[in-house]
Write a protein that binds this ligand. Structure first.
Ligand code: NZQ
Ligand code: ZN
Length: 387
C-alpha cells in the first residue's frame, strides 16, 4: 500500500426531512447566499424547505447556475457577494451548483487579477468563504470533496480546481430529492459514480486490501441499485442507496493508499467543453477505450475486476477475460442509457485533432495515468478507437 494522508471535514446529514437542520449548521448572524441552478428546486420541495430552514437568517439568493457551471455566470454571484457582504454560501443543487459555489467561495476572496488563474495557472486557493450544501442529485461526490470543475464560455475550456479550503462544512443528503429527477440524470449519476470508482481502482495492485474491497463493494452496489432505481425511482431505499454510493465513490476514501488514473475524466472534460455533452456520457464513451489502450499496464486489476465484480469465468485465457470485462462494462453503460461511441454524438476527427492539440499544450496533460505514460498520442488512439 502507498503512503497517504486522509482528510475530510465534511459533516454529512443524511435522510428524509433533514434540510431543516441547515438552520443549526449556519451561524444565525451570518449573511447567507443560497445558490441554485435553473429552477428545479422550485418545482420540488427543496426551495421551500431551505426557505423554511433559513427563516431566522438574513439571506439572499442567486439562481441560474447552468449544468457545467460557467465562470461568466459565477462571477456575477461574486459581484453581489462583495456588494452585499455575504459571508456564508449555501449550494442547493447538483454537482454543477456545488462546484460553482466552491469556485464562488474562492473567487470572492481572490486578491489577484483574474480568479480563473486558480484553474488555468493552478494558483493556490489562499482563502474562501465557508459553504454548506443541500444535495439534489447523486452523482459527482462534490458534496463531500474539495474539487470544483468549472467551464469558461469565452475559451471553451473546462478545468478542475481542488483545495482543502473548498470542502463544504456540511452536506444535507435527503434521498427524496431523487424522486423529481429526470431519468437521464439518474442514469448519468450512476455512470459518473461508477467511473469515479474505477479510476481509483483500475491501475495496478498495491495490496491495498481494504481499498480494493471497498471499491468492489461500491461498484457492485451501483450495478445492483442502477436497474432497481430505473424501475422504481420513487422507492426510498433505492434512492438512499444511490445517494450514499455516489458520495462514497468520490469522497477521498477509495483513493487512500492506491494509485489513480483520471485520464478518462480529463479526456471527457474536453469533450464536454467542445460539444456540451453530459459529463457521464463522455465517460461512458472514453473509459472502454482507456481500458483497451492500457490493457497491458492494467492487466492485473482488469482481471481482478473481471473476477470479483463482473463474474467473468476464470477458466478462459487472460486476454479473453479482459475482452469480456471491457464488453461487460460497455453493456452496463448501455443498460444505463448511455451512448458509448463518439459517432453516436456526431463527433468526428476534427474534435480528436483539437483534443490532442490541447493535451500537448496544457501543462501536465502529456503524462496522465498511474504510470504517467498516457501521452497525447495515446489519447488520440483512445478517441479513434471510440469513433
Ligand atoms: O439547473 P437545475 O434546476 O439545478 O437542474 C439540474 C440540471 O438540469 C437537474 N436537477 C438537479 N437536481 C434535480 C434536478 N432536476 C430535478 N430534480 C432534482 N432533484 O439536473 C441537471 C443536471 O444537474 P448537474 O448539477 O449539472 O448534474 P451533476 O450532479 O451530474 O453535475 C455535473 C457537473 O459536476 C462536474 C461535472 O463535470 C459537471 O460539470 N463534476 C464534479 C466533480 C467534483 N466536484 O468532484 C467530479 C465529477 O467527475 C464531475 O466532473
Ligand atoms: Zn465524474
Amino acid at each position: 500500500m502507498e503512503n497517504f494522508v486522509f482528510y475530510n471535514p465534511v459533516k454529512i446529514i443524511f435522510g428524509k426531512g433533514e434540510i431543516a437542520r441547515v438552520a443549526k449548521e449556519i451561524p444565525v448572524n451570518s449573511k447567507v447566499m443560497v445558490l441554485y441552478g435553473r429552477g428545479s428546486i422550485k418545482k420540488n420541495f427543496v426551495y421551500d424547505a431551505v426557505k423554511d430552514a433559513l427563516k431566522h437568517h438574513d439571506w439572499l439568493e442567486f439562481g441560474g447556475i447552468e449544468p457545467n457551471p460557467k465562470y461568466e455566470t459565477l462571477m456575477r454571484a461574486v459581484d453581489i457577494i462583495q456588494k452585499e457582504n455575504v459571508d456564508f454560501l449555501l449550494a442547493a443543487g447538483g454537482g454543477s451548483v456545488i462546484d460553482g459555489t466552491k469556485f464562488v467561495a474562492a473567487a470572492s476572496k481572490y486578491e489577484g487579477e483574474d480568479s480563473w488563474d486558480m484553474l488555468a495557472k493552478a494558483e493556490k486557493v489562499k482563502a474562501a468563504l465557508p459553504l454548506g450544501v443541500v444535495l439534489t442529485i447523486p452523482a459527482t461526490g462534490s458534496e463531500m470533496n474539495s474539487t470544483a470543475v468549472i467551464s469558461r464560455n469565452s475559451t471553451k475550456e473546462k478545468l478542475p480546481l481542488s483545495h482543502p479550503r473548498l470542502f463544504p462544512q456540511f452536506s444535507v443528503l435527503d434521498p427524496e430529492v431523487v424522486y423529481s429527477l429526470p431519468e437521464k440524470q439518474v442514469q448519468n449519476g450512476i455512470v459518473d459514480a461508477y467511473v469515479h470508482v474505477l479510476e481509483q481502482y483500475l491501475t495496478y495492485p498495491v495490496q491495498a486490501e481494504v481499498q480494493d474491497r471497498w471499491a468492489e463493494g461500491v461498484l457492485k452496489a451501483l450495478m445492483d441499485t442502477g436497474p432497481k432505481i430505473l424501475q422504481d425511482q420513487k422507492n426510498y431505499n433505492n434512492a438512499a442507496n444511490l445517494m450514499w454510493e455516489a458520495t462514497m465513490a468520490l469522497n477521498g476514501i477509495l483513493r487512500c493508499g492506491v494509485p489513480e488514473d483520471w485520464s478518462t475524466h480529463m479526456i471527457g472534460h474536453e469533450i464536454t467543453a467542445l460539444h456540451g455533452i453530459d459529463h457521464a456520457e463522455t465517460l461512458a464513451m472514453v473509459l472502454p477505450g482507456v481500458m483497451q489502450e492500457m490493457r497491458e499496464e492494467k492487466s492485473e486489476k482488469l482481471l481482478q475486476y473481471a473476477g470479483r465484480v463482473m463474474n467473468v469465468r476464470d477458466d478462459i485465457p487472460h486476454d479473453k477475460r479482459i475482452d469480456q470485462v471491457i464488453e461487460k462494462t460497455e453493456h452496463f453503460f448501455k443498460s444505463m442509457g448511455m451512448q458509448i461511441r463518439l459517432s453516436d454524438h456526431g463527433i468526428n476527427m476534427s474534435t480528436i485533432d483539437e483534443i490532442e492539440k490541447r493535451f500537448r499544450q496544457r501543462p501536465g496533460f502529456d503524462a496522465l495515468g498511474e504510470h504517467e505514460n498516457m501521452n497525447p498520442s495515446r489519447v488520440r488512439n483512445i478517441l479513434e478507437s471510440r469513433l
